[in-house]
Design a protein around this ligand. Structure first.
Ligand code: ATP
Ligand code: MG
Length: 428
């Protein structure tokens, strides 16, 4: 059996803390079995290396290792991603698809942020854990798979169970062995060690001499709370490495890089209840998706303009002709459009009756809005008049509601975020 030290070297894990060593030791011990493991610990403590160790030291090491971030996959597609789907089982399912549980047969699946799994998916997962059986979405045929599951979470699972967000039976199935990684603040002696390692890595990366902390700065480093744990420590080391010309770092300099507690940084926000955390993340995800769609629309418009201005023979063609050429087969463009609507935003009210669902309604509206935006690109004549109408209506709604965006959005029948985007778009 490989020693804890050897594993640390192989997986580039820095630190000598007894709790860290114990976690690695447990991973080594449990690896040769098929037992399910739940890795717990705050965000940024290094949970992701544990499933890799387990897989690499197991008899499955030549099989597949698939890491799935359950929190990042939209609720509407997660069952299909994990278990696959039959052709025609939902809009856009143009062919039969294998899910991760089928692909990873004989290997290991790492379910990261497992606490974010929707309840319906939890039922399917429980079945796989109990007898290795699963059913593709839209199928009635049971299939078998042989997959080792390692899951991880940074949320309090007992709280999630109490709130009805996580199945208790699944929790016990997943956590046959529990490996907990300590928070950085509990590993005081490792903090400077890690910092020095990161400083030397960044010195190499940016081709500068490594930064060096004075004694007072080291003391602060060890006293600091490190809400974002190792991830935060590494970010701080990188910032200082890049920005400070004087490579000897004093207490004062270091203080400037450490956010005060109570500030609104993500690392500190994480200390709030998981519930608000969840909606914040969802909010960010929506925003990213939404911005991407807006960007894409802008890009389409730009392409059209370029085509119109850049090639005189094309200018004579109708807009419709242009559109056909830009999008080629209509099929493709429809697929693109349908994806976010049917998959990403499909509301599942009965499953997760949380405030976030209300958001989903808004997002559906935004979607409709976007179709409209998309239509703008199709028929330019219409566009100008609609634009003007829209600006006029928004202005009126804002005036009537004395600049209160929420009320104006309600009156316009769009979400506040859509209104915000339009205000920016039209520079109102
Ligand atoms: N002991 C360690 N030595 C060196 N680097 C580490 C160590 N532990 C973690 N890291 C680094 O810190 C970062 C955060 O680790 P990781 O992504 O595993 O966090 P996590 O526990 O999965 O957090 P989250 O719950 O937010 O996903 C990674 O870049 C990882 O390489
Ligand atoms: Mg992680």
């Amino acid at each position: 059996m490989e020693s804890v030290q050897a594993i640390k070297q192989r997986f580039e894990i820095i630190g000598n803390d007894p709790k860290l060593n114990r976690a690695i030791e447990k991973a080594i011990q449990v690896a040769p079995t098929d037992i399910s493991v739940l890795v717990t610990g705050e965000s940024g403590v290094g949970k992701e290396s544990i499933p890799k160790i387990i897989h690499a030291l197991s008899h499955r090491k030549h099989g597949k290792y698939i890491a799935v971030n359950c929190g990042a996959i939209p609720e509407g597609t997660i069952d299909s991603e994990l278990f696959g789907h039959e052709k025609g089982s939902f809009t856009g399912a143009t062919s039969t698809r294998e899910g991760y549980f089928e692909v990873a047969d004989g290997g290991t699946i790492f379910l990261d942020e497992v606490g974010e799994l929707p309840l319906t998916t939890q039922v399917r997962l429980l079945r796989v854990l109990e007898n290795g059986e699963f059913i593709k979405v839209g199928s009635s045929q049971t299939q078998k798979t042989n997959v080792r599951i390692v899951a991880a979470t940074n949320v309090n699972m007992f709280e999630a169970i109490e709130k009805g967000k996580f199945r208790e039976d699944l929790y016990y199935r997943l956590s046959t062995v529990d490996i907990t990684l300590p928070a950085l603040r509990e590993r005081k002696d490792d903090i400077h060690l890690l910092f020095r390692k990161f400083s030397s890595d960044f010195a190499q990366k940016y081709k500068m001499p490594p930064i060096k902390l004075d004694d007072d700065a080291v003391a602060l480093l060890q006293k600091y709370r490190w809400g974002g744990n190792i991830r935060q420590l590494r970010n701080v080391a990188e910032q200082i490495s890049v920005l400070e010309t004087n490579r000897n770092i004093s207490l004062g300099t270091l203080t400037g890089y450490l956010p005060q507690e109570g500030s609104n940084l993500p690392a500190v926000v994480r200390d709030k209840k998981p519930e608000s955390d969840f909606s914040t993340e969802r909010e960010i995800l929506y925003k990213v998706l939404f911005d991407m769609k807006s960007d894409l629309n802008d890009l389409k418009k730009l392409t059209m303009e370029l085509m119109q201005n850049g090639n005189t023979s094309k200018v004579q063609e109708t807009n419709q002709g242009l559109i056909k050429r830009i999008y080629g087969q209509e099929e493709n463009h429809r697929e693109f459009e349908e994806l976010p609507r049917t998959e990403v935003y499909a509301p599942q009210k009965t499953v997760r009756p949380e405030p976030a669902v209300v958001e989903q309604h808004h997002d559906e509206e935004e979607d409709d809005d976007d179709n409209y935006l998309f239509a703008e690109a199709v028929e330019e004549e219409e566009t100008l008049r609609l634009d003007e109408r829209e600006i006029e209506l928004i202005k009126k709604a804002l005036e009537r509601n004395k600049g209160k965006r929420k009320a104006a959005a309600d009156e316009l029948g769009i979400s506040e975020r859509t209104l915000y985007r339009k205000i920016k778009q039209y520079d109102l």
